[in-house]
Design a protein around this ligand. Structure first.
Ligand code: TZP
Ligand code: MG
Length: 209
């Protein structure tokens, strides 16, 4: 499966909403195509411990596994990739020290997306598409900004921020490769079901190929 296909439904952990291992198990069962381990303010040792468990689970489902922020942790747990923000390690430096990792970069405007692409990113995480309560300092990109990125970069684009079962069709219309979701999946009681329902909408839209 190519990267675009693997980025279709990208579920991100959030400990404030649910334990990571539990939420990953359920999201995988529901059909998530990518998992991101996102842990803020957690000791490195614990990150590695949790990260290894999630490696096993994602392996069983042949699902893409990305670690947020930390190149060292991504390498330590044998993740497929790392996702870096505008204040994390620059993409070209990540590629220098970890050439085998898939690297995603966050962009909240076209300039950041083009710069990420130029520096060798494998995909762009573009957002926040809608207002979100999950990330305090998220900058609003909007659907218009998302469209501008999709029309100008050549690498896959994953939309993030405030995406839920109600507004996902508007996002798919823009022509993105995937959606990244926290609260609309991890913040629900039945993560399996929430994942499955979102996957159905995506596949309906993109065709099941
Ligand atoms: N980056 C931009 S918006 C966001 C991140 C991590 C939060 C997405 O969470 P939610 O709950 O899907 O809006
Ligand atoms: Mg970051």
């Amino acid at each position: 499966m190519n990267l675009r296909e693997k980025l279709k439904l990208y579920v991100i952990t959030d400990r404030r909403l649910r334990n990571e291992v539990e939420s990953v198990k359920e999201a995988l069962e529901g059909g998530a195509t990518a998992i991101q381990l996102r842990l803020k303010g957690v000791p490195t040792r614990e990150m590695v411990e949790v990260g290894k468990k999630i490696r096993k689970l994602t392996e069983d489902y042949d699902t893409l596994y990305i670690v947020n922020d930390r190149v060292d942790v991504a390498l330590a747990v044998d993740a497929d990739g790392v996702h870096v923000g505008q204040e994390d390690m620059p993409v070209d430096v990540v590629k220098e020290i970890a050439p085998n990792l898939i690297v995603g970069v966050s962009a909240s405007n076209l300039r950041e997306a083009l710069e990420g692409e130029r520096k060798g990113a494998d995909y762009i995480g573009a957002g926040s598409v809608f207002p979100t309560r999950t990330k305090e300092d998220a900058r609003l990109l909007g659907l218009g900004g998302l469209r501008e990125i999709v029309e100008n970069v050549h690498i896959p684009v994953v939309a993030i921020g405030g995406i839920n079962h109600e507004n996902i069709r508007e996002v798919l219309k823009v022509g993105i490769d995937g959606v990244a979701v926290i609260s609309a999946i991890v913040g629900t009681k039945n993560i399996v079901e929430a994942t499955r329902r979102m996957k159905e909408v995506i596949e309906e839209y993109k065709g099941r190929g």
